[in-house]
Write a protein that binds this ligand. Structure first.
Ligand SMILES: [Ca+2]
Ligand SMILES: [Ca+2]
Length: 190
């Protein structure tokens, strides 16, 4: 077990500390967690990419309605698989020491399902569907089309203030300041 977390040089650990909001101890815990997800592969290549399904077996992510989007946003090869460094980036952004600006920036990307830099009605619909799926895994018809449209209207009425259709980054930030509970999904402590 000792071997799993002592395979970094001081210089590597310093580089990770500088690049993240994580302490040296948190980096060790992160690596041990990553290694435990797939000991065979991580022992051979400690920065190998673990598939999204493997990452999502972590209890901290399993309960997160946005687990797929989170993996996609932090995946450097864009397929949702995370290398150890991607995994560290995720834990860093979701750490308590991360700044509000950093959290907002990533939360915006996570809610922007189609990556077009604006949160439109279809992004909000997908977010609502993720929340329904998490809270009612066996009943995906819990809300009717009309009820979902009504919820989307409510979000748009509250957040879409400027001429541009959809919720831009500035509008998103002011919405999150009014409704910080939507940021709660973006906090992880191992
Ligand atoms: Ca979008
Ligand atoms: Ca707008």
């Amino acid at each position: 077990m000792g071997q799993s977390s002592s395979c970094f040089t001081d210089r590597e650990l310093e580089a990770y500390e500088t690049a993240t909001y994580l302490s040296r101890n948190e980096i060790h815990v992160a690596f041990k967690t990553f290694w435990n997800l797939d000991k065979a592969n991580v022992s051979v290549d400690r920065n190998c990419a673990l598939p999204m399904e493997t990452i999502q077996s972590l209890p901290e992510l399993k309960v997160n309605p946005f687990q797929d989007r989170i993996c996609q946003v932090f995946s450097t090869n864009d397929n949702g698989a995370l290398t150890f460094e991607d995994f560290l980036d995720m834990l860093s952004v979701f750490n308590d020491k991360s700044t509000l600006e950093t959290k907002l920036e990533y939360a915006f990307r996570i809610y922007d399902f189609d990556d077009d830099k604006i949160i439109s009605r279809s992004d909000i619909e997908q977010a609502i569907l993720c929340l329904i799926k998490m809270n009612h895994p066996c009943d995906d018809d819990i809300l009717s089309e009309e009820q979902i449209e009504f919820l989307i209207d409510k979000v748009m009425d509250e957040a879409d203030m400027d001429i541009e259709d959809g919720i831009g980054y500035a509008e998103f930030c002011s919405l999150m300041r009014k409704k910080p509970e939507f940021l709660e999904y973006f906090s992880i402590r191992l």
